[in-house]
Design a binder for this molecule. Structure first.
Ligand code: PMT
Length: 407
C-alpha cells in the first residue's frame, strides 16, 4: 500500500516545455496506485497532444469547459468532486496568476474554484519570471489559501539560462503529493535511517566511494515520515532534497556516519541501514595532494566500523533492519548477514545489474526475518519504500507486542 493507492488525482497541465515530463508523471502516479484524469489548458495543447495523456492515464483527457460530449461523460462539477487532490504540473506563471486572482476563465481554473480537494502546484518557468515580484506575490497568496507549492528546482533551463524554475522530477512530485495523505502505521515511532554512499579520503582532493545515489534511503525516510514516524536521516554525500518532515544529518565518511548514528541510536525505536558504507578507509590519508610519480602506488586500507552490527549489538537495540547489496548468491549472503549481525530483518537487492540496485529509479527487494519473508517489486523505489515501511511497521508492532512495549 502507498498513500496514493486508490486516490483520484486530477492532473492539470499548462503550457510549458515541462509538459512533456507530465506524461511520465501520470505513469508514476498510476504506479503509486492513483487513478489519474488529465485536464489540459490550450497552452498545454501547443506542447503535447491530448492523446498522449489519454494513452498513459487510460482515461479521456479534458480540455474544454464548453464541450457537451465531455460534460455528458463527466461534467466539470462531477470532476471537481471526484478529485482527492488537484496537481498542476507544470504550473505556468500565467495559471498561477489566474488562480491567485480567483479567475474561472477555462476548465482548469474553474475546476480549481469548484473543488474542495487540496491544490498542489509544481511551478515551471524561466528563472526571472519565477523571481518576479508579481509571481512571488501570487505564489504567497496561493500559499495563504493553503495551496502546496512543490519546487521549482534549480538547474539548466530550456531557455538556456540556469537558475530556479525547473519543474521537479516526476518521482519528487509523487512523493510531495503523497505527503498530503499521511498514514498512521508508525505514529509515535522514532526512526533512524542511513542513506547514500560514504567517501573515504585518499588526499584532500581524492576519495574512495561507491555508486549509491541515496534514492532508496531517501524514499524510505519519506515513506516512514508519511507513515507518521519522527524520522532522522543520516545521509552520505548525495544531491537529493530532504524529504518533507525529515530531520537530516549530513556526513561524509563511514566514521562520521558511525558517530552520527551512535549519538542518536538510543533515542530511536527502528533503525534502517540503507547506506552503502565503505568497509575500508585509507589508513593514512595524505594531508597534501599526492603527486604523480613514475612508480606504481599502493594504498593501505583499514577496516571501518560496521554501523549496523554495532547498532544490533547494543544492550537494548532498536528494531534493526539491514540491507544486503549482492552481485551473486543474494539470498545466502543476505541470510548470513542477518544471522551474523543479529538483525530483526534484512532487505536484499541485486547490485551491478541494470534492473535495480545502485542509482536506478526502480528496485526489487527480498525481505526476510526469522521464520518469514516477502518479495517486493520490481517497482519505483518510492513505492517499494512505502511497502517496506508497511512490512517494518507490522513486524515492529508484533515484536513490541511480544516484548510488552517499545524498547
Ligand atoms: O542509494 P541507491 O542508489 O538508491 O541504491 C540503493 C542501495 C543499493 C545502496 C541499497 O538498496 C542497499 O542495498 N544498501 C546497502 C548497501 C550495502 O552496503 O550493502 P552491504 O551488503 O555491503 O552491507 C550490509 C549492511 O551493513 C547494509 O545495511 C549496510 O548499510 C551496513 N553496513 C555495511 C558496512 C558498514 N561499515 N556499516 C554498515 O552499517
Amino acid at each position: 500500500m502507498t498513500e496514493l493507492d486508490g486516490k483520484n488525482i486530477l492532473l492539470g497541465v499548462t503550457g510549458g516545455i515541462a509538459a512533456y515530463k507530465s506524461a511520465d508523471l501520470v505513469r508514476r502516479l498510476r504506479d503509486a496506485g492513483a487513478d489519474v484524469r488529465v485536464v489540459m489548458t490550450r497552452g498545454a495543447e501547443e506542447f503535447v497532444r491530448p492523446l498522449t495523456y489519454q494513452a498513459v492515464s487510460g482515461n479521456p483527457v479534458h480540455t474544454s469547459l464548453l464541450d457537451p460530449d465531455a460534460e455528458a461523460a463527466m461534467g466539470h462539477i462531477e470532476l471537481a468532486r471526484w478529485a482527492d487532490a488537484v496537481l498542476i504540473a507544470p504550473a505556468s506563471a500565467d495559471v498561477i496568476a489566474r488562480l491567485a486572482q480567483g479567475l474561472a476563465d477555462d476548465l482548469l481554473t474553474t475546476l480549481c474554484l469548484a473543488t474542495e480537494a487540496p491544490l498542489v502546484l509544481a511551478p515551471a518557468m524561466n528563472r526571472i519570471m519565477w523571481a518576479h515580484p508579481a509571481t512571488q506575490a501570487n505564489v504567497a497568496r496561493l500559499r495563504e489559501r493553503s495551496a502546496t507549492i512543490l519546487g521549482p528546482g534549480a538547474g539548466d533551463q530550456a531557455c538556456g539560462e540556469v537558475g530556479d524554475g525547473r519543474m521537479l522530477e516526476p518521482l519528487e512530485l509523487v512523493a510531495g503529493l503523497a505527503a498530503l495523505f499521511p498514514g498512521t502505521e508508525l505514529t509515535g515511532t522514532r526512526v533512524l535511517i542511513t542513506a547514500g554512499p560514504t567517501r573515504e579520503a585518499i588526499d584532500p582532493v581524492r576519495y574512495i566511494s561507491n555508486r549509491s545515489s541515496g534514492r532508496m534511503g531517501f524514499a524510505l525516510a519519506a515513506a516512514a515520515a508519511r507513515a507518521g514516524a519522527r524520522v532522522t536521516l543520516v545521509a552520505g554525500p548525495v544531491t537529493l532534497a530532504t524529504p518533507a518532515g525529515v530531520e537530516r544529518v549530513d556526513v561524509e565518511s563511514a566514521q562520521q556516519m558511525h558517530e552520527a548514528v551512535m549519538e542518536r541510536v538510543d533515542a530511536c525505536d527502528v533503525f534502517i541501514a540503507c547506506a552503502a558504507v565503505a568497509d575500508y578507509r585509507v589508513a593514512t590519508p595524505a594531508e597534501a595532494k599526492i603527486k604523480k610519480q613514475d612508480a606504481d602506488m599502493e594504498l593501505a586500507l583499514v577496516r571501518n566500523p560496521d554501523i549496523l552490527a554495532d547498532v544490533a549489538a547494543r544492550q537494548r537495540p532498536p528494531f534493526t533492519v539491514g540491507f544486503a547489496a549482492e552481485t551473486h548468491a543474494m539470498q545466502a549472503h543476505a541470510e548470513d548477514k542477518r544471522r551474523r549481525k543479529g538483525l530483526d530483518m534484512i532487505a536484499a537487492n541485486w547490485v551491478g545489474r541494470p534492473e535495480g540496485g545502485f542509482d536506478t529509479e526502480d528496485n526489487a527487494l527480498e525481505v526476510t526475518w526469522e521464520g518469514g519473508g516477502i518479495s517486493l517489486g520490481p517497482k519505483a523505489k518510492t513505492r517499494l519504500a512505502a511497502e517496506l515501511v508497511d512490512v517494518v511497521a507490522d513486524r515492529y508492532r508484533q515484536k513490541t507486542a511480544h516484548a510488552g512495549g517499545p524498547a
